[in-house]
Design a protein around this ligand. Sequence first.
Ligand code: PRP
Ligand code: URA
Length: 207
Amino acid sequence: MSVHVVEHPLVHDALVTLRDARTQPEVFRRMAVRISLLLAAEATRDLPASPVTVQTPLAPAEGRRVSADVVVVPVLRAGLGMLDAILELIPGARVGHIGLQRDEATAIASKYYTKLPRDLSESFVLMIDPMLATGGSAVAAIDLLTAAGARTLRIICIVAAPEGVALVEQHHPEVAIYTPVVDRELNPHKYIVPGLGDFGDRLYGTT
Ligand code: PRP
Ligand code: URA
């Protein structure tokens, strides 16, 4: 089972604002950051950490510091709306970029940009893309990441469709998907229903 449905009430509170057609880009961006923070906390629950000791004003205290090399990869353009949230949690993360654009008529994604950090084989890779619709973009991005050596790879999305989940499971059963919800279906234009519309357009006001 590769889907982790995140039930946290604060996640769902932010999601309903994102879904609301009245939400304007300023609030949409804020909610995208808020929900991404919460989802990332869930997706990194088992991030490797090492024991450390620090000196408080009173005494030594034992703690843990994240020891993994984390690589965050937003899928352009909508994934950029989630990036600041992840970097707020993991400021030392390395960042790769994958540019994919769905054709409006066919919904088939084509690649226009890739820039990835070197040596992903030992890294904890978080791919961020808010919408998992047909799954074509996600599978293309995972293909690029695995070809670049990624072995520990998780996807964080904000709304998923059953078709997208199934396609990722079929091509990359080892990749875990973190999402608040798997919506009902895709419409004939391959938009998620009920979904939230075009995430990138709502984020950047390009509708
Ligand atoms: C959206 C979204 C995903 C993709 C999902 O991006 O951010 O990348 O569609 O659809 P799929 O699962 O059917 O491939 P889009 O191609 O619209 O580009 P944008 O981020 O530049 O708006
Ligand atoms: N991309 C979006 O932004 N929304 C959808 O519903 C599907 C793909």
